[in-house]
Design a protein around this ligand. Structure first.
Ligand code: C2O
Ligand code: CU
Length: 485
């Protein structure tokens, strides 16, 4: 195994924690999308290299890969029921594709190379065209050689507006990422190394919001804000906290939820997850409230601040109680009696019996070892006793369209996993019965030695991935696919 490049913990804070630079809100994070449109009205996205000043305006830029050379890529925005029409032009030196994370779209548009489409070769293009069925906060990203391509910045946000959007003064997009950089500020080339893959995945030491070192968000007293959070990191679980404000969760993974208070102003986003927060700006003129990411045992980093304007408040009092967002047309009715039920244990990784058993030749080793885990071949993880990277091999299961599917995901590893299902949103079931939490998810965090049970109506025909969204786990065994016929 190679080892993790040695990164000093102190640089983490020294580089991006303290130097707060006053900055204005970049317009592209607040309103409608813009950009190049082909004559047949496809929005053009060029996957190419670019440069971004991740470490602040006074530091050298970092070479990235991004859509239109930016990261996050251009904000795409449509209304629910409208068509998304995107022409991907690949200007990279390797193949790529775009996956539309969390969208319940036709299978041929899902953007999974070798499973739903051929990878788009350098110099070639591919047209994505589908109706956005649900309003909410979604994102798009590469699904090819993902450790390197996602890690270099090939992602962006897709916002689908409600027919009647919630009344807010500011609608803000906050895309969280962490970057593993060299001393000189270049992206560290250690993609896909065995140590990351067998442990928690690739963790970076620079945390950014919208690729900015820090960000002052100008607000006025008594404004209402909608914060759309997206965790675009390869593997880092982001714990985000807003101090001195009440933050209400209004949507999770793109789907409206019951309104509830984020305890302690704190939300947790696994890789791939989104949370929409409603925040009333209740502090006095001139106040500053930090938005921090908590990491490690008790460390935290200020990544942005709500910076209150001096002068008059926006209105004399905060707005009244908000109404929850209207639900999207998801298949609500589950048939638990007739459900297809499957155990899908998560296995492998450093410190696991599955991996050590074989290596130490212990009595219970090979007999209970999931097929496929082979550290020497760079395969560290398994789903349901099999290791795959997504398209080879038989499906995990096949069901007829309309069948309710209940998956039990016991995590027998020493690491958390962010399990993501393509093409469907699911319910998180209670421990003891088939009751569920009052929200939908497309990615669920399963803690070590814990489990999760999820249920969904398999109403979308085609071949769909289920995988860990910690990219280095996905690429070393923790992936499978299922088919809805
Ligand atoms: Cu963000 Cu396979 O997905
Ligand atoms: Cu994982």
């Amino acid at each position: 195994m190679t080892s993790t490049p040695s990164l000093s913990r102190r640089r983490f804070l020294g580089a991006s924690g303290i130097a707060l630079v006053g900055s204005i809100l970049p317009a592209q994070w607040t309103v409608a999308a813009s950009g190049e449109t082909a004559s047949d009205s496809f929005r053009v996205l060029r996957a190419r290299s670019g440069e971004v000043k991740l470490r602040g305006p006074d530091q050298a830029a970092t070479a990235i890969w991004g859509y239109d050379g930016t990261v996050p890529g251009p904000l795409l925005r449509v209304k629910r029921g409208e068509e998304v029409k995107v022409r991907l032009i690949n200007e990279l030196s390797e193949p790529t594709a775009i996956h539309w994370h969390g969208l319940r779209l036709p299978n041929a548009m899902d953007g999974v190379p070798h499973l739903t489409q051929e990878p788009v070769a350098p110099g070639k293009s591919f047209d994505y065209r589908f109706v956005a069925p649900d309003a909410g906060t979604f994102w798009y990203h590469t699904h090819f050689r993902s450790s390197g391509q996602l890690g270099r910045g090939l992602y962006g946000a897709l916002i689908v507006d409600e027919p009647e959007p919630m009344a807010v003064d500011q609608d803000l997009l906050l895309v969280l990422d962490d970057w593993r950089l060299t001393e000189a500020g270049a992206i560290h080339e250690s993609f896909g190394n065995a140590h990351d893959a067998a442990h928690a995945g690739r963790l970076g030491q620079y945390l950014t919001v919208n690729s900015r070192d820090t960000w002052d968000i100008p607000v006025r007293t008594n404004e209402r804000l909608r914060l759309r959070l997206i965790n675009a990191a390869n593997a880092r679980v982001m714990v985000l906290r807003l101090d001195r404000h009440q933050a209400k969760v209004i949507a999770i993974d793109g789907q409206p939820s019951e309104l509830f208070e984020a305890r302690g102003g704190r939300v947790t986003l696994g890789p791939g997850a989104r949370i929409d927060l409603l925040v009333d700006a209740t502090l006095e003129a001139g106040a500053k409230a930090p938005l921090v990411i908590e990491y490690g045992r008790s460390e935290e980093l200020v990544v942005a601040r709500l910076a209150y304007a001096e002068g008059e408040p926006a209105r004399s009092a905060p707005l009244g109680e908000p109404k929850p967002l209207a639900a999207n047309p998801l298949p609500e009715r589950m048939d638990f009696a007739g459900a297809f039920r499957l155990d899908v244990p998560l296995d492998g990784g450093a410190m696991s019996a599955a991996m050590m058993g074989g290596m130490m030749g212990g009595g219970t080793g090979p007999a209970t070892k999931p097929r496929g885990i082979d550290p020497r071949a760079g395969v560290f993880w398994a789903l349901s006793g099999r290791s795959s990277t997504g398209h080879g091999g038989p499906p995990l299961f096949q069901v007829k369209r309309g069948r309710t599917v209940v998956l039990n995901l016991p995590n027998r590893t020493a690491f958390p996993h962010a399990m993501h299902v393509h093409g469907h949103h699911f319910r998180l079931l209670d421990r003891l019965d088939d009751g569920w939490k009052p929200y939908w998810l497309d990615t669920v965090m399963v803690e070590p030695r814990q489990g999760a049970r999820i249920a969904f109506v398999a109403d979308n025909p085609g071949k769909w991935l289920i995988h860990c969204h910690m990219i280095e786990h996905m690429e070393t065994g923790m992936t499978a696919w299922f088919e809805v016929t």
